[in-house]
Design a protein around this ligand. Structure first.
Ligand SMILES: *Cc1c(COP(=O)(O)O)cnc(C)c1O
Length: 368
């Protein structure tokens, strides 16, 4: 079986982990945490990094740092992971959805305009599958209406928008280092920002709102969102080979693109002129006139020993959110189509050329 996502360790991971064990520095107090934050952010050209336990709490921490009035609205795409909505709800804020573009699958900026109200405080663009959102019009809208921008950059490590790294546009950005992400620490995440005050807030809330003047005296309630030195050690080793990791992803993207660009059965993600795509995963979307759906396609591919994953299920179609009274009669047709007719093929860091050939053959065989 060719599995959908297998990580690859080509750097100093073992060496740094061994160092943690030998020195006894395994908690978040160890020196790799700061080093990882510094190296990751200096690569992106951002001033501050706050490493945390995962990409879900990273989103929450970023929103928390803004200290917004209860009930403020956050605009997010309907086609995303539940983490985005959870972060909003956990901060007592209100999620407002917009659909995504039918071709590049990132947030539809024209629809964002229509959803801005007096209560809107944040736009949360989610870079999708390694391809950046259209950041210029988002930043313009935010400026015009006095809004914050929080980029969810979990899927776009090293990807660029008009020559500048994703995760360096928003007032805050959020990364995940889950095992299937381009840089991974197993579980992990990071908030990045150029704003010193927001960075301070993030550090404060990350660590139980401890304050330097009097330990164990608390003015506010925070969280334990800390990352361990063990995780940061692995992250550090990966940042050292960041260029290499990105070039592996780009090569995979080029091979799949060449194989899949001309066919009658499915579309691939459109690469906009503004984007430097890092192909975190390679998505395929069945055309409307194909008589089977994504689920059936996945089944056929499994029979050929190719594991796949479906696209996200729309936020407006989540029973857990309906129960809370959200999005009940809302419809986002592009998202609905993506969730039913899309899947992504094996895209892990450890994927070999030989395996890619097999994947390509299987995809062709199932769509002939
Ligand atoms: C992976 C991912 C997250 C969540 O990250 P975890 O580390 O798994 O909590 C958030 N947003 C997006 C877009 C993701 O792909």
């Amino acid at each position: 079986m060719i599995i959908v996502n297998e990580p690859l360790f080509i750097g100093n991971e073992k060496k740094y982990l061994q160092e943690c064990i030998e020195t006894g520095w395994i908690s978040s107090e160890g020196s790799f945490v700061k080093k990882f934050e510094e190296q990751f952010t200096s690569y992106l050209g951002v001033k501050h990094g706050i490493a945390v336990a995962n990409g879900t709490v990273s989103l929450e921490l970023a929103l928390r740092a803004l200290e917004l009035e209860k009930g403020s609205e956050v605009i997010i795409p309907s086609h995303t992971i539940i983490s985005c909505v959870m972060a909003v709800l956990n901060c007592d804020l209100v999620p407002v959805l917009v659909d995504v573009d039918p071709y590049n699958w990132t947030i539809d900026v024209n629809q964002v305009k229509d959803k801005i109200s007096k209560k809107t405080k944040v736009i949360m663009p989610v870079h999708m599958f390694g391809h950046s959102c259209d950041m210029d019009p988002i930043m313009e809208l935010a400026e015009k209406h006095g809004l914050y921008v929080l980029e969810d950059a979990a899927e776009v490590h090293g990807g660029k928008y008009k020559g500048k790294y994703c995760g360096s546009f928003g007032h805050l950005s959020s990364f995940s280092f889950y095992a299937n992400k381009i840089i991974t620490t197993g579980e992990g995440g990071m908030v990045t920002t150029d704003d010193e005050k927001l960075a301070e807030k993030c550090r404060y809330y990350r660590n139980l709102c401890f304050q330097p003047q009097q330990r164990f005296l608390h003015e506010d309630l925070g969280f334990n969102f800390r990352i361990t030195n063990l995780q940061a050690a692995v992250g550090m080793a990966q940042v050292e080979v960041f260029d290499k990791l990105i070039s592996i992803k780009k090569k995979q993207g080029a091979i799949y693109t060449e194989a899949f660009k001309e066919n009658n059965a499915f579309q691939i993600q459109k690469v906009e002129p503004w984007a430097e795509h890092v192909y975190w995963v390679f998505g395929l979307l069945l055309k409307d006139d194909v008589e089977f759906d994504g689920k059936e396609w996945a089944k056929r591919l499994i029979e050929l020993k190719v594991q796949t994953r479906p696209f996200f299920w729309g936020m407006h179609e989540q029973p857990a959110l309906h129960k809370l009274g959200f999005f009940k009669n809302e419809h986002y047709p592009v998202t609905e189509k993506l969730s039913r007719r899309g899947l992504y093929v094996p895209s892990g860091m450890a994927l070999t050329d030989e395996q890619m050939k097999q994947v390509i053959e299987a995809v062709k065989q199932t769509t002939n």
